[in-house]
Design a protein around this ligand. Structure first.
Ligand code: ZN
Length: 361
């Protein structure tokens, strides 16, 4: 599909309905109109699936932001509305909460031009395009992706609640106490950055979201190592922990120093997720007759991997709010309660085992 050059449309004909109205765009001059004409290629199912998967990885450019109508709209809007007196007007009218959260005049141009392009696509019967690797979302206050931001916040709150519970029920003398505590803090940090990223997507918040998510997976593997081998061989757990820190440093350096490689990042996280899944599973299945509560851990690690497949649905947001990514974030909230319930049961089990050994001595 491509957009063709044409004449400038009457304002009321092409302006999307409220609240999607391009008020900022059409405050200035009218832009050259382009109509949408399809190239109507029919992809074989597998090729289309691969294309969807590639786009789902989060490519920096998407169909929507490659469209000349979008690019011209942003360039024109920026030139007209984000300089001189118009910019001063914009700053005077912009709510404080938008300024405080870093929304600029150019961001507003992109937002309005995105809806302008979406409206043209829908008007001519084409599917909703993505922009900069994302679906178009209806902004709520300063929240760029309100549903994902809310889901991330709820995930963080679930972790905080379970951390409080863990600290109140498990004595600090438990051998896993500090490792579990640090795991909880690493998770809370990751959900904090996820909330920030879904509130305002910038190069920094995006990287922090990705890196902190990788840190959670790595720490879960470390937690598994300490629980399965480290209590008997502490020096092995220390060496393995150092190796994971080195791995994380290399991962961050690679993605920071060069171009952000979305495919590599997804493959790295998926591979680490599989290591985490199979290590926990193997240990749980071997120990299940001694520790009946291990079903909680099995359910969590299996569901975590399975629910990630929700991302592949990748449908345009329902009511311009709820997309597959937000659905995935909502779906993980109950898993924190279950995983911490497992950690709590396991820590108390270890304490009981230790006290039984002391009694026998
Ligand atoms: Zn997210």
């Amino acid at each position: 599909m491509r957009l063709e050059g044409g004449i400038c449309p009457p304002r009321n004909l092409y302006a999307p309905p409220e609240p999607l109205c391009c008020w900022l765009l059409f405050r200035g001059d009218c832009y050259r109109h382009r109509t949408i004409r399809g190239s109507a290629g029919v992809f074989p199912a597998m090729a289309e699936l691969l294309l969807v998967l590639f786009l789902a990885v989060g490519a920096a450019a998407s169909r929507g932001d490659r469209e000349p109508v979008y690019r011209d709209c942003v360039t024109g809007c920026d030139k007209i509305n984000c300089t001189g007196a118009r910019l001063r007007d914009f700053r005077a009218e912009q709510p404080l909460y938008m300024r405080m959260t870093g929304w600029s005049c150019l961001d507003d141009c992109r937002y309005q031009c995105m809806w302008h392009t979406v409206f043209l696509y829908l008007k001519e019967g084409y599917p909703v395009p993505q922009f900069h690797g994302k679906w178009p979302f209806s902004r709520f206050l300063f929240f760029q992706e309100p549903a994902s931001a809310l889901a991330s916040l709820l995930n963080g709150i679930a972790n905080i609640l379970m951390l409080r519970r863990y600290r109140s029920t498990v004595p600090s003398s438990c051998p896993m106490y500090h490792t579990c505590l640090i795991f909880s803090l690493v998770s809370i940090n990751a959900w904090f950055w996820s909330t920030i990223f879904h509130t305002k997507d910038t190069a920094v918040t995006e990287k922090m979201d990705y890196f902190c998510a990788s840190a959670v997976i790595l720490h879960s593997i470390y937690l598994c190592c300490v629980r399965t081998l480290g209590l008997r061989y502490p020096s092995f757990a220390n060496a393995f922990g150092a190796l994971l820190v080195l791995l994380f440093a290399c991962h961050v350096s690679y993605l920071t120093l060069g171009r952000f490689d979305y495919s590599y990042n997804m493959m790295a996280n998926a591979s680490l997720g599989m290591v985490n899944l199979f290590w926990w599973l193997a240990w749980c299945l071997r120990r299940r007759s001694h520790q009946p509560y291990l079903w909680k851990c099995v359910l969590v690690v299996v569901l975590l991997q399975s629910l990630a497949l929700l991302e592949l649905l990748d449908f345009p947001p329902v009511l311009w709010v709820l997309d597959a990514h937000a659905l995935w974030h909502f779906s993980t909230i109950p898993l924190h309660f279950l995983f911490f319930s497992f950690l709590e049961d396991d820590s108390l089990y270890l304490l009981k085992m230790n006290s039984d050994v002391l009694k026998l001595d």
